[in-house]
Design a protein around this ligand. Structure first.
Ligand SMILES: Cc1cc2nc3c(=O)[nH]c(=O)nc-3n(C[C@H](O)[C@H](O)[C@H](O)COP(=O)(O)OP(=O)(O)OC[C@H]3O[C@@H](n4cnc5c(N)ncnc54)[C@H](O)[C@@H]3O)c2cc1C
Length: 549
């Protein structure tokens, strides 16, 4: 049985409901995925439930950077900068195709957050604490050099710049690959399955009643320890714990803030590097080139609406456009230039009297009287260490019967490369193969950055399929792979979280919608009603990405 094949779901549920697990993880975002991998690789019997698709919460809605936390330096949190810097290096080593070094430009402007000397020292210290290689260290630029690097920057306020290294990733792909790696170590992860109630033995949680929203039925999962990695839903999950809900939830609770990103076609906002720049209100935002687009983010505002579907408002979009138009005046971006967008919720820990930007991004673990372990806060970048802390605790509760954390040296699935050079060589090989079919470098980058070495399986399937349109044939091969190995149940899973197309290549979604709808309908044997429902869902998602209320 392959737990991430949609064709093995019955067997998966059979196993989940009949075995007794050491650990049940609630939440299939990066935090839950990291915990499942850490536990399974120490030999624990691990189950993981995700009520939506894997990464459908905050873990597909971030800025998609694995970063060392420059803002921590401003608060003199040197230990934290060192810690995340080192984690960044580990994340790159374990997934060189997916955690990719990229130059970031910090423009120095009159009245900006950072002065020239402070920036030079700060970036040097940043690199030093993170143990960065000599070829990746920061370089300070004169005004002229900065203008040359980024000609669109506002010239009359520019004083110079600092060019340093950060890492970009795809948060949802990172999450799914960590989930798959956990499954390789024996974990049983399931998506579209909600933990709706707890089961108890003498007031201690001993599992959960789960609801499978694909087959629409309930079943129980029994486990010695349950971890709540519910991200923005952490408090909701804690509130279903009948034994300790009031006391523990009141003591510490989440403070949700919303962060929005907008996507602009590259030709409308062509920048050469990622740029981290000042905004009038004292905040800083990113502009990041990616494929055919440049994306901009983020906002940071208090939030209390729907957790499943946070919306991008007109005010959010206008705030980001204004910031770009101030710093890059020639772009003159308008609402109509936005081709896609997303909003995510930061599950931060509430601190009385603090504004959204002042709240700490550190993670915290809460343990309730019923034994439920909840983890919230933190960053994508630190997921491995967060998982280690939680699983160390789980191990203690299991009488230290399992060994130490091993994830520092575990390559995630598809990442069988020693370094970035090997990734580049592999992209070239894939591009050569695809060129025989009228495709090329763009498609090769797409495959390898998303699936790493697993691209071989997709290419093999590509050769077996029939379709005169090579791009559609390749997408069908990808869909085949995602159904068999990545638990895709809806086209939105595929277009948003497995391939990123809805965010960064929305034109391709419009083109591929029909052939892929026909293809997925065949695999699932859907009737006309179900097919129409799927079509409506993806069409609504497409229009919501460009609609601002
Ligand atoms: C705008 C923004 C930008 C960010 N940028 C960055 C960045 O560039 N770099 C970085 O390092 N970090 C960044 N972060 C932070 C990072 O994205 C988050 O820390 C991380 O994704 C949180 O992951 P999580 O797994 O804890 O939560 P989530 O990804 O939300 O996962 C929780 C999951 O639990 C599931 N769930 C909830 N209740 C149940 C239940 N009862 N049963 C089953 N499943 C359940 C949900 O469906 C959800 O998928 C950013 C965050 C935001 C909002």
């Amino acid at each position: 049985m392959s737990p991430l094949s949609v064709f093995d779901r019955d067997q998966l549920i059979q196993k989940l409901s009949s075995e007794h697990f050491d650990l049940l993880v609630i939440g299939g975002g990066i935090t839950g995925a990291g915990i499942a991998l850490d536990g399974a690789s120490r030999g624990m019997q691990v189950a993981m439930v995700e009520k939506q698709d894997f990464a459908a919460g905050t873990s597909s809605r971030s800025t998609k950077l694995i970063h060392g936390g420059l803002r921590y330096l401003k608060n003199l949190e040197f230990g934290l900068v060192r810690e995340v810097g080192r984690e960044r290096a580990i994340a790159h080593c374990n997934a060189p195709h997916l955690v990719v070094p990229e130059k970031m430009l910090l423009p120095l402007v009159k009245g900006g957050t950072f002065g020239k000397r402070a920036t030079s020292f700060g970036l040097w210290l940043y690199d030093f604490l993170a143990g960065v290689n000599s070829d990746e260290r920061r370089k300070m630029l004169s005004k002229k050099q900065t203008e040359k690097e980024e000609p669109l920057l506002r010239k009359n306020i520019l004083k110079g710049g600092g060019l340093y290294t950060e890492y970009r990733t795809d948060d949802a792909r990172l999450t799914i690959e960590v989930v798959k790696t956990a499954a390789k170590y024996g974990a049983l992860p399931i998506n579209y399955c909600k933990a709706k109630d707890f089961i108890y033995e003498s007031d201690k949680i001993s599992g959960a009643i789960c609801y499978d929203s694909i087959e629409k039925k309930e079943f129980q999962i029994k486990a010695k320890i349950v971890v709540n990695a519910g991200g923005p839903w952490v408090d909701k999950v804690r509130q279903t714990d009948a034994v300790s809900k009031t006391a523990s939830v009141l003591k510490k609770r989440l403070h949700l803030t919303k962060g929005v990103h907008i996507v602009i076609p590259k030709e409308k906002f062509p920048i050469n590097h990622s740029v981290y720049f000042d905004v009038e209100d004292g905040r800083m935002i990113f502009a990041i080139p990616r494929g055919k687009t440049t994306y901009i983010g983020t906002t940071d505002t208090d939030y209390s609406g729907s957790l499943e579907n946070p919306e991008v408002t007109k005010a959010d979009a206008e705030y980001l456009l204004k910031a770009v138009n101030e710093m890059f005046p020639e772009t003159n971006l308008q609402l109509e230039d936005i081709v896609s967008s997303w909003a995510g919720l930061r599950p931060l820990i509430h601190e009385e009297g603090k504004s959204p930007s002042e709240l700490s991004r550190k993670d915290e673990v809460f343990i309730s009287d019923s034994g439920l372990i909840s983890i919230a806060g933190g960053k994508l970048t630190g997921y491995r260490l967060m998982a280690k802390r939680v699983v160390d605790l789980v191990n203690k509760k299991l009488d230290q019967s399992h060994g130490r954390c091993k994830t520092k040296n575990i390559k995630i699935s598809g990442a069988e490369f020693s370094n970035s050079e090997e990734v580049d060589n592999y992209i070239q090989t894939v591009a050569k193969n695809l060129a025989l079919h009228g495709l090329g470098r763009y498609e090769a980058e797409h495959l390898v950055r998303n699936y790493g070495k697993q691209s071989d399986k997709i290419l093999k399937q590509f050769l077996e399929l029939q379709d005169n349109d090579a791009a559609a044939r390749l997408a069908k091969a990808e869909l085949w792979f995602c159904l068999h190995h990545e638990a895709v149940y809806h086209l939105t899973d595929f277009f948003i979280r497995r391939t990123g197309r809805l965010l960064f290549d929305i034109g391709s979604v419009e083109k591929l919608l029909r052939p892929l709808l026909t293809e997925i309908t065949k695999y699932f044997n859907w009737n006309e009603n179900r097919r129409e429902q799927e079509q409506t869902e993806i069409k609504n998602t497409l229009s919501n990405a460009k609609r601002f209320l």
